[in-house]
Ligand binder design. Sequence first.
Ligand code: AOS
Ligand code: ZN
Ligand code: ZN
Length: 389
Amino acid sequence: MSDRTENAKQVLAAQTIELPSWAFGNSGTRFKVFAQHGVPRDPYEKIADAAQVNQYTGAAGSVALHIPWDKVDDYQALAAHAADHGIAIGTINSNTFQDDDYMLGSVCHPDPAVRRKATAHLLECVDIMDATGSRDLKLWFADGTNYPGQDSIADRQDRLADVLAEVYARLGDDQRLLLEYKLFEPAFYTTDVPDWGTAYAHCLKLGPKAQVVIDTGHHAPGTNIEFIVALLQREGKLGGFDFNSRFYADDDLMVGSADPFQLFRIMHELALRGAVGPDSGIAYMLDQCHNIEPKIPGQIRSVMNVQEATAKALLIDTDALAEAQAAGDVLGANAVLMDAYNTDVRPLLAELREEQGLAADPMAAYAASGYAEKIKADRQGGQAAGWGA
Ligand code: AOS
Ligand code: ZN
Ligand code: ZN
């Protein structure tokens, strides 16, 4: 086995992808939420399902919570429950978009009382992080306006900056604030954090514990996401990913399903800089909803898609690539990249799993386990993930 393949296996063995608790609940669009049989009835069952994904992939050691969708009385007990299932509670995601009060925004709302309410929620999320031992607070704001003149664009930025500063000051030494941007939706005219530049400017002002999170589905069609990845990583401001796929907008389909080549290009920028592993300071997460496919297999497939893109990126002959680049050999450099992309890495990953004591085919192993049938029989009246319910 070549050194490159051996190194790829080592990096892949350590890779971990965080799962979103909301992927396991019922979800849909604003037109319809389709209920599936056997979905979790509470956060404890969501964690049990997330643990299944880890059991069959060995690469999903933590689950992100969403507050209040995963509200419980005792977060330490929830963290202990996760540990009993062999996983940890990861990122805490806030929600400042579901209350009637937030119709005109949350942290950017013109009314200080609404901003206070939103800030109190964000601070409560940090309390929860203290209890769960979470490192990251992920902030996504639905704030924006629908009509020109509706509110002052600049004043809204000031309000946002003030709230972020207050939350930042509350963070512990080892805690971080991850600011997520999104081009549009639910606001259609201005969005208060629409792009990486806005998120970066706020994070830069806040300090080193504030980092940008890239949700792959939150860009205009044709955006070169790997450029944003390379730039933020170079600036030390890439805090994490919300992985998913898009065909049209914020589709939240399985990562690597719409455009596996884009995922490979993203992972290449990270692999080049040794930033794929858990020590990279980059939180690799999925942010998906499985509206029409079964949820646990959907998450298993997604983790496998990330692994496959990563394996291909790690197999790039970086010496040959650097040589071709230095020589100005355009076709040669491109061929090096495409050789790796066109490699079938599934046998390599199957071999790695067997070495780790896992089944070579996680999808088949889960299907054969009987877990899906068991939860269908045991659980009645599963919970909505929170969307559109
Ligand atoms: C919303 O579009 C964002 O992608 C959020 O990251 C996320 O889906 C939501 O806040 C659930 O936590
Ligand atoms: Zn997201
Ligand atoms: Zn989104």
